[in-house]
Design a protein around this ligand. Structure first.
Ligand SMILES: [Zn+2]
Length: 211
């Protein structure tokens, strides 16, 4: 890896090698990134997502999603048009938001590759357990910026990495489709690069606001 995939800084160094897996760390945004050579194929990736038990009727999963929805809903109103970016094969977040009266589109590159979304602007966008899968995070955040209307909110949920976590043993690292690990500093740099405001309302959640 020559540049950081999140912020494009050239200041990256080898972070750790675990068995045959190489991880890099950016000295600017502090993201930890799995080396490209270990990325699994798209077909394997898709199969992996189908194994995830994110069933719409699963009450525990719906409760888990409330972690991102509660802080977001304090910022938006039911008249706001939203998008769930990376909804997976079972768009549960969309189901909850629609039941709550919101109008929401959804997009997933594997399961709902609806390119129409790129012609629209949204008042809020959610990425729940999505950003850790981004192959090109810098580009994805720019794409999301283009989808955000002025003063729109962008809510992200992912497990934040911090120095108290033993990276090698971390369950989140062990998922073969998790290739980028963020922390508060990473999100601060992303917000600067996109001219967004940011806040951390609760653990593992960041809310961005387009200016
Ligand atoms: Zn970086």
């Amino acid at each position: 890896m020559i540049v950081c995939k999140v912020c494009k800084s050239k200041k990256i160094k080898l972070f750790v090698k675990i068995k045959n897996l190489i991880y890099w760390r950016c000295l600017l945004c502090k993201a930890v990134i799995l080396d490209n050579q270990h990325y699994i194929s798209e077909s394997k990736e898709k199969k992996h997502y189908l194994k995830h038990n994110n069933n719409m009727k699963d009450q525990n999963y719906r409760k888990f999603l409330s972690k991102i929805l509660i802080p977001l809903k304090s910022k938006i109103s039911v008249n706001d048009f939203g998008l769930d970016y990376g909804c997976g094969y079972s768009p549960t977040l969309v189901d909850i938001l629609r039941k709550d009266g919101f109008t929401v589109d959804f997009y997933d590159p594997f399961f709902f590759p609806n390119k129409q979304i790129f012609l629209k602007k949204y008042k809020f966008i959610t990425c729940s357990e999505v950003v850790e899968h981004f192959i090109d995070p810098y580009k994805e955040f720019k794409k999301i910026n283009n989808l955000l209307d002025n003063s729109a909110w962008f809510a992200v949920m992912t497990s934040f990495f911090n120095d108290d976590i033993i990276f090698e043993n971390w369950y989140y690292r062990k998922d073969p489709t998790h290739i980028v690990f963020y922390n508060k500093k990473t999100f601060q740099i992303i917000s600067q690069q996109n001219n967004w405001l940011y806040e951390f309302p609760t653990e593992n959640i960041v809310l961005f606001k387009k200016k």
